[in-house]
Design a protein around this ligand. Structure first.
Ligand code: NAI
Ligand code: ZN
Length: 383
């Protein structure tokens, strides 16, 4: 019986920017009102966690427990919690859904205003933390923090899933799979017979490829500077793959030439402002410039560094292109995650192919090494 007590457990703490994960014993306080404490079972490693290690996110503070793509079991609940009980299987939601704000009530978006604007960053709603280590307060990451055996999450930032779900790979529904897949289905609304290009073939980009395929796109071009990603991209639905390094002209020019003027849909799944848009005839990849005038849509999915901006010639948009973006693939998470889990169990999509490595939690640094070296798509850590 741990309910109501402080739990001592292992967590991977990131003490400062650019530092490796340090496995520490942390204290996890019991959940307060409208919070739940979760025993993590599996967590994935996402490109966003890596961005956070390098301090790319705005408003993040160290020391911090990173991780946001996980699955676990409710250990205990705080006062007033309605939708959860101990023993429930849950997926943490880095993009929460309060259900009450203007955005949550609007079918056009999944960006919850309460979570985004009204809550302290890296802390619980009351402005305090549930994690301490060696007498220091530890911040949380994106409302979730999954690189720990136990975490405390606001009830708006978790969702209950079917009790019969086999857990391991399902953690990808908490971020990478849903983000990429939904960017094609919800944000771009890819139509049958269309042409798509996906820049960046990591877990997120490959899931976007799967989404484009599911939507019936007839051409899906994968773009990556690591050709080691091309095999899986083709297996998942890319009809061709290109490496910008193989050309001595800007990749947007190559794509425009190869697609009769540009693509219907372009997805930037890298998180580099220079791959989102290139000013004129730079060598770099430029997603926006690869879309067709008149109707081409670019979806920004990659998270760029907090201080980076892009500029563009207004003619790009005056002539009818659209630039948009999406968080968590545009899915309203409380509504959609249980359905995605159900569809996964019904084998409507095969996210298992995205899992290339499995490691015990203590080997988290090894998992990040595979990601940084371009060797892994998703590594699943088990607790
Ligand atoms: P990843 O590191 O596995 O994949 C990135 C891919 O981009 C790699 O295959 C890499 O070789 C490729 N790449 C890097 N530079 C390139 C260049 N100049 N040209 C072409 N390809 C290049 O990362 P993951 O997990 O797939 O995440 C991708 C991005 O999506 C990250 O920025 C991450 O923060 C973001 N993200 C966004 C979410 C959202 O809700 N919008 C949620 C999850 C992740
Ligand atoms: Zn993620």
């Amino acid at each position: 019986e741990t309910a109501g007590t402080v739990i001592k457990c292992r967590a991977a703490v990131t003490w400062c920017v650019n530092e490796p994960f340090s496995i520490e014993v942390v204290e996890v306080a019991p959940p307060k009102a409208h919070e739940i404490r979760i025993k993590m079972v599996y967590t994935g490693i996402c490109g966003s966690d890596d961005n956070a290690v390098y301090g790319k996110f705005k408003d993040m503070q160290f020391p911090i427990i990173l991780g946001h793509e996980g699955v676990g079991i409710v250990e205990s609940i705080g006062g007033g919690v309605k939708g959860f009980k101990p023993g429930d299987k849950v997926i943490p939601l880095f993009a929460p859904q309060c259900g009450q704000c203007r955005c949550c009530k609007d079918p056009r978006t999944n960006i919850c205003t309460t979570a985004r604007m009204e809550r302290p960053k890296g802390l619980m709603a009351d402005g305090t933390s549930r994690f301490t280590c060696k007498g220091k307060k530890i911040y949380n990451f994106l409302n979730t923090s999954t690189f720990t055996e136990y975490t405390v999450i606001d009830e708006i930032a978790a969702v209950k899933i079917d009790e019969n779900t086999a857990l391991d790979n399902i953690s990808l529904i908490g971020c990478g799979f849903s983000t990429g897949y939904g960017s094609a289905l919800n944000a771009a609304k890819v139509h049958p017979g269309s042409s798509c290009a996906v820049f960046g073939l990591g877990g997120v980009g490959l899931a976007a490829v799967m989404g484009c395929k599911a939507a019936g796109a007839s051409r899906i071009i994968g773009v990556d500077i690591n050709k080691g990603k091309f095999g899986l991209a083709k297996e998942l639905g890319a009809t061709e793959c290109i490496n910008p390094k193989d050309y001595d002209k800007p990749i947007q020019q190559v794509l425009v030439e190869q697609t009769g003027g540009g693509l219907d849909y372009v997805f930037e799944c890298i998180g580099d402002t220079e791959t989102m848009q290139a000013p004129t005839h730079e060598w770099r990849v430029a997603a926006i410039n690869s879309s067709h005038h008149g109707f081409g849509t670019t979806v920004i999915v990659g998270v760029s560094a907090a201080n980076k901006t892009i500029t563009f010639d207004p003619m790009i948009f005056l002539t009818g292109r659209t630039l948009t973006g999406s968080v968590f693939g545009g899915w309203k998470p409380k509504d959609s995650v249980p359905k995605l889990v159900h569809d996964y169990m019904e084998k409507k999509f095969d996210l298992d192919k995205l899992v290339t490595h499995r490691l015990p939690f203590e080997k988290i640094n090894e998992g990040f090494d595979y990601l940084r070296k371009g060797k892994s798509i998703r590594t699943i850590l088990r607790f």
